[in-house]
Ligand binder design. Sequence first.
Ligand code: NAD
Length: 433
Amino acid sequence: MKLVIVGTGYVGLVSGLCFAEFGFETICVDKDKERIALLNKGKCPFYEPELENLLKKHINKTKLLTLSLSISEAMSDANIVFITVGTPSKRLEDEADISAVYKVAEEIADNIKNYCVVVTKSTVPVGTTRKVSNIIASKIDKNKFDAVSNPEFLREGSAVNDFMRPDRVVLGCENIKSEKIMREVYRPLYLSETPIIVTTIESAEIIKYASNSFLATKISFINQVSDLCETVGGNIQDVAKAMGYDKRIGSKFLHAGPGYGGSCFPKDVRAFSVTAKKNNVNLSIVDAVNDFNQNRPEKLVQKIVNYFGGLKNKSLAILGLSFKPNTDDVRDSTSILIAESLHKLGAFVKAYDPKAMKNAKEILPNLQYCDSVNEACENVDAIIIATEWNEFRALDLKKLKKNMRKAIIFDLRNIYNKDEVTNSEFEYYGVGK
Ligand code: NAD
C-alpha cells in the first residue's frame, strides 16, 4: 500500500509519519520549498513532541517516508492520497476557505494513473468531499477513484499520541471498495480496539464540525458560569469539578479561562455557523458560543486594566504565548490577543514562552521578548499567566517577588490556588473564583 499526503502541516506531517510508523510507504508533498528542504534535513518546521524523532527515523533509517514538492511525482503509484492542506477562514469572513483543497483535487485528477482513493482529511464543510469527487470525475473516469472523508481529531501538543491512539476513526465512504482500503490503512489500530465509524460522506464532514463546536460550547458555557461565580461568590473550579464527576457531563473542557483559541476551534465554529445559515438551519447555540468567545480575551484584559486604573507606565510579564502548552502554534492564540491588547493600552509587555516566541515575534514585534521566566518578571507590576505550560506551574514566587515592582499574579488559567500564592505574599486573581 502506497500513501501520499498533500500538505505537511500539523495534520499532514503527523499523519505521514504515523502511517510510516505503521509500516506504510508514504510520500509527503508540500508546495513550500523551504519546508521540504528542512524536512529532508530531518528538521521539523514546527514544534510538536516526538515528531522530529519520528521524522529522523523514517527518512534516514526505515526510509518509509519520502518528501516531495510534486504531486505528479508522488502520485505515480499511489493507492491512497490524503488532502491535508489548510482550510482557514476567508479573509474577514466566517466561511472556510477551501480553495487549497480544490486546487489539490485538480492536481490529483491530472495525475491519477491507476485506481486510487482520494481522502479529504482537512476539516471541510459538508459538501466539499462531493465537490472534490466531481472535480476529479470531470477529468477522469469515475471508476478510477473513490472519494472518502476521513476527518482528523488529533490535538496539537499530543498529536502523535492522538494519531496512534485515537478515540475513534471516522470514515465517510460511498462504497465497500474504498471502505475496505481505508480499513486496511487503519488496521494497525485494531490492536487497541479503536472504534472505526463508517458513515456517509456528509455525516463524516459534519461529525468533525459538530465535535469541535460541542467542545467549544463546553468552554464558553463554563466561562459564562465562571462570570456568575465571580459575581455571586462561587468558585468555578469547585463547580466544574463537581459537574465533571457526572459521567453525562465529563470533566474535560470545563476549565474557565481566556476562551478557546488556536488554529481550529475559532474558525471551525464560525464555519459551522455559516453552513447552518446557508441551509436555513438554526444553530444559534453555536453563534452564541462564538460571540461570547470573541469578547472573552478582552474581558479579561479589562479586569487587569480596571485593577490598575489604566496601564500607562505599567510593566507586565506575560507567561505563555502559544494557544496551548506543548506547541509553538500561535494562530488565533488568546495569549497573543491579550498581549497585543495590553500593549495597545499602554503597558510595557515583557513576554516569555518556552517554544512559541519565534512565531509570536512575527505577529507582535513590539513586545519585549525574554529568555526566561526570571527575566520576564524583572521590574514588572504583575505576572499574567496566559498559557498553562508545565514550567509555569511551580514558579519560585518568593524569588520572583524580589525583583518585581509589585507582587501580583493574574492567573488566567487557574493553575494556582489563592492560598499557595498569598502565602508567598502575592496578590492573586484567578478566573471565576
Ligand atoms: P497547516 O497550515 O499547518 O499546513 C498546511 C500545509 O499545506 C502547509 O505546509 C502548506 O504549505 C501546504 N499546502 C497548501 N496548499 C498546498 C498545495 N496546493 N500543495 C501542497 N501543499 C500545500 O495546516 P494544519 O494545521 O495541518 O491543518 C490542516 C487541516 O487539518 C485543516 O483543515 C485543519 O482545520 C485540519 N485539522 C487541524 C488540526 C490541528 O490541530 N492543526 C487538527 C485536526 C484537523
